[in-house]
Design a protein around this ligand. Structure first.
Ligand code: FAD
Length: 288
């Protein structure tokens, strides 16, 4: 399925992201989650790949294949290139093809100081160009409303983003953010740069204390006062924090949809309950 078709005539897309369980022996747990997510009728479900720079196994391909063949939902397989040689990449792409996967989110991946980069691909745009020349896949890319943490400025990052689109990305998914104004300002810059592919807004419902701490230390998203006030108030009350996180994310999504975003990419953290609560609240707002 061509990604552009999903966004035809201003249609607003709703997609989910899941990650493979840490231990391959517990892969069945993700199938319980997917069983519930598929009932929410997302436009696609994407599956992360070797997050944190660890060498990937085949679970991304395995889970994406199940999403397609057992649950009949469009899968998007993430793929990183920082530790991948061209030969190794071809093996992975063949596995994807054999599993019927047609959509790839092509990423550089985080640089892991313990694993030397393979150097065949320096940037995600190199991977995107390689896959486009090879053929067989529709390619998406990642974007960063607050700028990528390594970029000198947001303007430099947006100019680099344009290289991804010129290399062949037909759709972009954003890093999570908690302040919608940040996303709107980013979209203004993207427009000025002449980037005209659909961009989904990445939303992560923060529903437990560990997530808040990880967020602050790793992803670099700025935390608006409204967000920190809610989190501080409920951080020691798990049920209230979960409800507050769901409400905050829902509020963000309502505003984004009303402002005409192309789509919402929900970082589900493999939590089907949270995904269901949010989806049920916003489904009728999606422009279809
Ligand atoms: P790039 O686009 O290569 O950008 C990296 C840096 O290089 C940026 O600072 C950029 O400005 C700069 N740059 C890019 N192109 C050029 C160029 N041509 N010339 C000069 N500078 C350039 N990580 C995982 O390991 N697994 C996942 O499954 C995963 N999924 C993700 C999903 C989404 C939606 C997002 C937003 C991120 C995801 N990540 C994942 C994290 C991602 O791998 C990291 O953010 C990584 O550090 C950058 O990846 P990228 O593809 O954006 O890199």
């Amino acid at each position: 399925m061509n990604m552009q078709e999903l966004f035809r005539d201003g249609r607003q897309v709703l997609s989910f992201e899941v990650f493979p369980p840490k231990r391959t022996s517990s892969i069945e747990t993700i199938y319980n989650t997917l069983e519930q997510l598929k009932d929410l009728e997302p436009d696609f479900i994407s599956v992360t790949y070797g997050a944190g720079g660890n060498p990937a196994d085949s679970s991304t391909c395995q889970i994406a294949s199940v999403i397609k063949n057992r649950y009949h939902v469009l899968p998007v397989a993430h793929l990183t290139c920082v530790s991948t040689t061209k030969d190794n990449l071809e093996t992975i792409l063949k596995q994807f093809e054999d599993a019927g996967i047609e959509n790839i989110l092509a990423l550089r991946g985080d640089i892991n100081p313990d694993i030397p980069p393979a150097k065949d691909f320096i940037y995600a745009s190199d991977l995107i160009a390689h896959i486009r020349n090879r053929g067989g896949f529709d390619i998406s890319g990642a974007c960063y409303p607050e700028g990528h943490t390594e970029a000198m400025s947001i303007v430099t990052d947006v100019l680099n983003l344009k290289k991804k689109v010129e290399a062949g990305a037909t759709h972009l998914m954003s890093q999570l953010f908690f302040d919608n104004q940040v996303f709107y300002d980013f979209m203004d810059k993207v427009k000025i740069a002449g980037i005209d592919v659909p961009i989904e807004a990445g939303i992560m419902p923060v529903t437990n204390k560990r997530q808040i701490e990880r967020m602050v230390s790793t992803c670099g998203a700025s935390l608006p006062r409204k967000f920190t006030r809610v989190m501080q108030r409920y951080e020691n009350n798990p049920e209230a924090l979960r409800d507050a996180g769901i409400a905050y994310a829902t509020d963000q999504i309502v505003d984004l949809l009303a402002n005409g975003v192309n789509g919402i990419h929900l970082y589900t953290m493999n939590n089907a309950y949270v995904a269901r609560k949010i989806t049920e609240s916003v489904k009728n707002l999606l422009h279809r």
